[in-house]
Ligand binder design. Structure first.
Ligand SMILES: Cc1ncc(C[n+]2csc(CCOP(=O)(O)OP(=O)(O)O)c2C)c(N)n1
Length: 277
C-alpha cells in the first residue's frame, strides 16, 4: 500500500489485533508513533530484509521499546516477520515475540524497553559510521516521558560534541506518560530550547501524525550538516479512535470486546478516508 496515510491506519489495526490476541500491550504509545514508523520504514530509511546484513543499511532503534506492537506491525509489513505468526504467539509463554524489542529477531538492531538507552547507543552507531566512512544514517524514536532518564542527556551531549549529523532522533511528544501528563510527572518544556542548548538542530513537527509534515522534517534533517537533528513530533496518544485518544489510562490497557469493536471501526473509517483523500 503506497498511500502511507492509509497504511498507517492499516498498521494500527494490525497492532490492535496483536494486542487483542496477546491480551497485553502498550496501545496508547503504539498508536501515537504509527506515522513516524511508517514514514521511516516506507519512505526514508534504506533498510529491508534484502539488505539487513549490509553494513551500509540505515540503523533504527525503538528507544521507547514498550511500543513493540506498533513495531511488529511495521516489521511484518516490511517483510521481516510473519504477521500471523507474530499475532498467534505474541507474549505467549516461551515465545520469541515478547513485549519489547528482541534483537534475535530479523529487523531489530537492539534490545530496548529499559527507557533511556536508545539515544546513547545510537550515538555509538553514528560515531562508528563516521569513523568507518560509511554513509548510513541512524534513527531513534523516544518517548517524551522517557526524556526523564539522565542517560538521554548524556547521549544528547555526546551527539553534538561529535557533530553527528548522521543521527536523527524523534521525540514522540504525546504529552502523556505512564501515570499522567508529562508536565505533572516530570515537566519537559521548553523541550526545544533544551535540545538547542545541547547543540542540536531542532525541528518542530506541528502534527506528528501527519505523514507530509514528517516527510518534510526528515528531509530537512538529512540536509543539516555539523550537528544532530531532533524532531519534536507533536502526536496524540491513542491516535485513531476517540475511545483511547489522549487518555492516560490507555497507556497499557487491553480493550474489552465492545471497545475493540469500536476501535477497529474507527480505524477502518479513518483508513478509508485516507484512501479517498
Ligand atoms: C528505565 C525505565 N523506567 C521505567 C520504565 C517503565 N515505563 C514503561 S513505559 C513508561 C512511560 C514512558 O512514557 P513515554 O516515554 O512518554 O511513553 P509513551 O507515552 O509515548 O508511551 C514507563 C515509566 C521503563 N520501561 N524503563
Amino acid at each position: 500500500m503506497k498511500n502511507l496515510k492509509a497504511l498507517a491506519y492499516q498498521l494500527r489495526e494490525d497492532a490492535v489485533e496483536i494486542i487483542a490476541a496477546g491480551k497485553t500491550g502498550h496501545i496508547g504509545g503504539d498508536m501515537s508513533i504509527m506515522e513516524i514508523l511508517t514514514e521511516l520504514y516506507f519512505e526514508q530509511m534504506n533498510v529491508s530484509p534484502e539488505n539487513w546484513k549490509d553494513p551500509d543499511r540505515d540503523r533504527f532503534v525503538l528507544s521507547k521499546g514498550h511500543s513493540m506492537e506498533a513495531y511488529y506491525a511495521v516489521l511484518a509489513e516490511k517483510g521481516f516477520l510473519d504477521k500471523e505468526e507474530v499475532t498467534a504467539n505474541f507474549s505467549k509463554f516461551g515465545s520469541k515475540y515478547i513485549g519489547h524489542p528482541n534483537n534475535k529477531l530479523p529487523g531489530i538492531e537492539m534490545n530496548s524497553g529499559s527507557l533511556g538507552h536508545g539515544l546513547p547507543t545510537c550515538v555509538g552507531m553514528a560515531i562508528a559510521g563516521k569513523k568507518n566512512q560509511q554513509s548510513y544514517r541512524v534513527y531513534t524514536v523516544m518517548g517524551d516521558g522517557e526524556l526523564a532518564e539522565g542517560s538521554v542527556w548524556e547521549g544528547a551531549m555526546a551527539a553534538s560534541h561529535y557533530h553527528l549529523d548522521n543521527l536523527c532522533a524523534v521525540v514522540d511528544r504525546n504529552r502523556l506518560q505512564i501515570s499522567g501528563t508529562t508536565e505533572e510527572v516530570m515537566a519537559q518544556d521548553d523541550l526545544h530550547e533544551r535540545f538547542r542548548s545541547f547543540g542540536w538542530h531542532v525541528i518542530d513537527v506541528a502534527d506528528g501524525n501527519d505523514i507530509d509534515q514528517l516527510k518534510e522534517a526528515f528531509e530537512e534533517a538529512k540536509e543539516k550538516k555539523g550537528k544532530p537533528t531532533v524532531l519534536i513530533a507533536n502526536t496524540v496518544k491513542g491516535k485513531g479512535s476517540p475511545v483511547m485518544e489522549n487518555k492516560a489510562g490507555w497507556h497499557h490497557k487491553v480493550p474489552n470486546a465492545e471497545e475493540l469493536q469500536q476501535i477497529m471501526q474507527d480505524l477502518e473509517e479513518r483508513k478509508e478516508a485516507a484512501l479517498h483523500e
